[in-house]
Design a protein around this ligand. Structure first.
Ligand code: NIG
Ligand code: FE
Length: 378
């Protein structure tokens, strides 16, 4: 692999790479000692900007209380909302940066982060500013997504439509004016936002120039996948309960399925039907979902291992899903996600003979070195 000024110049057998150097000696040569070199991992779905963990709720869930029941009692996402509203932007930024560093050491060189624990204009903007503040202090590329449509906040509990109107009329325009979010995402789920409300929110976001994403069919199949296809969303995410009709619509519209096997593991739910999706022609990406509720995990190697072990993806499919397809899902595939001349020199060394090590050395990170734009960063 030959890099110059943070970009890949050539990749392949040594002879070809040296020929591309045109007789010049590289300034710095590293012998990787037979380790495996792969593109930097791309995590296209996280909620890792939050103030407090929720261990008590985890214990309740392990005792059998359903995730959505905790939310309907005012806990879950809403307990993270209380903590984020009370936190300073500086504290949020520091917490976000800590989790980004942990992800970096596990090989994640590009990360999407969603807002959605503020749920009022000022608190959502505080989250987005904290995300951008953290982005300025890490070598990783960060893509921010506005997720004011994550839950209905307590002050609008009696009138959720009023909150949807606030999103459409005030919050989305305010976020768009700051330019702090590239995408808008909505949690389309029973007891959260209906497909009709999701449509209203996403149409306003599209109008404001944001790309669209949907938390679709995570617990119940409400038709979120089909809605993502209808609205031209770049991705539909989760899809644990998605039926064939929704998947067929996604295939026809070219919507990326962002699958989060860590969430199925932590919610003790059946895994997304990755093989059926790929057979129907739906492209698949992998992500961690790192959040304080349904899956507190920054590890893309774990998502990779679960994809291979439990979703029956091949190592090659999982590698594409965790790199190039993941980059596509957040609009960065032209710059990152594969080892191709012209792209950013984002790559990892793995302590193994092939990328299979990411699944095979189970529960342990085989990442021994992380390079971002040609520089060793972890
Ligand atoms: O992707 N489903 C909604 N949002 C997150 C969980 C957020 C939380 O529980 O804090 C998810 O699973
Ligand atoms: Fe999520």
């Amino acid at each position: 692999l030959l890099c110059e000024e943070g970009r890949i110049l050539a990749v392949g057998p040594s002879g070809e790479v040296l020929a591309a150097a045109g007789g010049r000696r590289p300034e710095l040569e590293t012998d990787c000692g037979g380790q495996c070199l792969v593109p930097g991992l791309v995590d296209p779905h996280t909620h890792l900007c939050f103030a407090e963990t929720r261990e008590e709720e985890f214990v309740l869930r392990m005792q059998g209380t359903p995730y959505l029941e905790i939310l309907s009692r005012g806990g879950g996402i809403l307990s993270s909302v209380r903590a984020v509203r009370a936190a300073s932007q500086a504290d949020l930024e520091a917490a976000t940066l800590g989790r980004l560093r942990s992800a970096l050491s596990l090989g994640t060189t590009t990360v999407e982060i969603k807002s959605g624990y503020g749920l009022d204009t000022d608190s959502e903007l505080k989250m987005l500013r904290a995300i951008h503040g953290a982005a300025g202090q890490t070598p990783q590329d960060i893509v921010a997504t506005f997720m004011g449509g994550h839950a209905v906040p307590p002050e609008h509990r009696q009138d959720p439509e009023a909150y949807v109107s606030l999103l459409v009329e005030e919050m989305i325009p305010a976020v768009a004016r700051t330019g702090l979010a590239r995408f808008c995402d909505v949690f389309c789920e029973q007891g959260v936002f209906s497909p009709a409300q999701t449509r209203r929110i996403l149409l306003a976001a599209r109008e404001a120039g944001m790309g669209l994403k949907v938390h679709a069919d995570e617990v119940h199949d409400l038709g979120g996948a089909a809605l993502a296809a209808e609205l031209g969303a770049v991705s539909a995410e989760h899809l644990l309960a998605a039926g064939d009709a929704g998947l067929q619509a996604m295939a026809a519209a070219g919507v990326m399925a962002v699958l989060l096997p860590g969430t199925a593991l932590c919610l003790r739910k059946p895994y997304a039907r990755a093989r059926a999706m790929m057979d129907l022609g739906v492209p698949v990406a992998l992500a961690t979902d790192c959040n304080p509720g349904s899956c507190y995990c920054e590890s893309m190697p774990l998502a990779f291992a679960l994809a291979v072990l439990n979703m029956h993806m091949t190592v090659e499919e999982a590698l594409v899903a965790a790199t190039l397809n993941a980059a596509y899902a957040i609009g960065t595939a032209h710059r990152v996600g594969s080892l191709e001349p012209g792209k950013q020199a984002d790559f990892l060394l793995l302590d193994g003979r092939s990328p299979a090590i990411l699944a095979y050395h189970t529960g342990v990170s085989p990442v021994t070195a992380v390079y971002k734009r040609g520089e060793r960063v972890a």
